[in-house]
Design a protein around this ligand. Structure first.
Ligand SMILES: [Zn+2]
Length: 421
């Protein structure tokens, strides 16, 4: 491996894409991946219009791009665009490994849970070909029976679960004695930090193999766990660099190194040509390990040490629900109001009270956003709570130590999964 591909995509982005052209250095040094600066999520959400490569604009106007509105797990909304062929290319290595390790193919029956409304119909679930996607809005105490019945009827061969969703399902199955799908042979975790306890509980309850996948809508798959338990970087899809607090790159996924220090994860997409991500700070923390692995994959191993960690919403002293419920509501508002919310941040201040901060662009009517938000809450336990919504026209700084979060519980300060038995 060398830096040629990364250099090429960097050069092209800095030549063609307004966002990067505006960041270009004044000197005449030729652009390469090592002399461009790190770009942050906030830099992009403020300049959404400048992120596309000019040729992709045509495709965008003709509705030919894959468009993922949300990257809601950090609270920042960014419209992520992909050309269909690039998207497939970005998933190729992941699919090769799913097939090889677990016998899971693109046509295997899948059940997953979504927060974003990437589907046309405003439905709580969508069945499409071999995929059943269920809204996270259904994973609430009064509707989880219905959601789980759908999973059982579908009898999936595999599931993609965020750890917090997996935790709720495990609790539900243990509490009710519900069965598990007969055909299920594999569960893939994604989207949040996975703990050993939760993995053990899932394997025990569902009696299937599991693997952890680290990815993001911006670049798709970043690292995937092999059967030896190591998350190997998807080198055909991304270049990963680790940056220290002074923005110095301390190591990368191309040149083997002894450096095992943790730092901010910086990504360069090698496949997304429509919306290039060059030295992009994803908001997670980790380190790169170069060690031979028995699985035979020579790509370096990524260890995440921070990441998208969120508290739970507590309904009372004992009952808790995932804050993804809120993400699903904001996604719905954005679908109705065409992306009015750029970023959200929520604090639970009492069992029945929330402070919400919304970053919107100046053109929206705040009352309309607030009314739409209230009308999108269709679950009884959330409906009766008090919401104090404030608006800002600047991005909200919610990160600490390089970790983003969109939700904080100020009532009970506990981290996700810590009590999972
Ligand atoms: Zn391995």
């Amino acid at each position: 491996m060398n830096y040629d591909k990364a250099d090429r995509v960097a050069r092209k982005a800095y030549k063609d894409v307004p966002l990067y052209i505006n960041r270009s250095m004044d000197n005449n040094e030729e652009i390469n991946i090592h002399n461009v600066s790190i770009i942050k999520k906030e830099d992009l959400i403020d300049r959404q219009d400048e992120c596309l490569e000019p040729a992709a604009y045509m495709d965008y106007m003709q509705n030919k791009l894959i468009c993922l509105r949300t990257s809601g797990s950090t609270g920042h909304y960014l419209q992520i665009m992909w050309k269909m062929s690039d998207y497939q290319h970005s998933m190729a290595e992941l699919w090769l490994r799913r097939i090889k390790y677990y016998g899971i193919r693109p046509d295997s029956r899948l059940a997953c849970f979504f927060t974003d409304n990437r589907f046309e119909e405003d439905k709580n679930y969508v069945r499409k070909n071999n995929e059943l996607a269920i809204s996270k809005l259904l994973i609430l105490p009064e509707t989880i029976d219905e959601a789980y019945r759908m999973v059982m009827d579908w009898n999936p061969e595999w599931m993609i679960l965020q750890p917090s969703t997996a935790a709720v399902l495990v609790e539900y199955i243990k509490r009710t004695g519900a069965g598990t799908p007969d055909a299920l042979k594999y569960i893939e975790f994604t989207g949040e930090i996975l703990t050993d306890d939760l993995r053990a509980a899932v394997q025990d309850v569902f009696n299937c193999r599991t693997a952890d996948q680290y990815g993001a809508n911006e670049v798709n798959s970043i690292a995937y766990e092999c059967p030896c338990g190591n998350k190997h970087i998807m080198s055909s899809n991304v270049m990963v660099e680790i940056a220290d607090e002074n923005n110095n790159i301390i190591c990368d996924s191309i040149t083997p190194s002894d450096c095992t220090e943790s730092g901010r994860i910086i990504l360069t997409s090698l496949t997304n040509t429509a919306m290039p991500f060059i030295r992009y700070d994803i908001g997670d923390v980790g380190k790169i390990i170069w060690e031979p692995c028995k699985c035979g994959n020579h790509n370096p191993i990524l260890c995440l040490s921070g990441g998208r960690c969120n508290d739970y919403i507590y309904l009372n002293e004992t009952d808790r629900i995932s804050p993804y419920i809120l993400v699903a509501i904001f996604d719905k508002v954005n679908m109705i109001l065409d992306g009015a919310i750029i970023q959200f941040y929520v604090e639970q201040t009492a069992y029945d009270e929330f402070n919400i901060t919304l970053y919107t662009d100046g053109d929206v009517y705040e009352d309309e956003v607030s009314d739409t938000f209230m009308s999108c809450i269709d679950n009884e336990c959330l409906k009766h709570m008090k919401y104090h919504i404030t608006y800002t026209e600047h991005s909200i700084n919610t990160g600490t130590n390089g970790k983003y979060t969109y939700f904080r519980n100020r009532v009970i300060n506990r981290l996700v999964y810590d009590e999972l038995k």
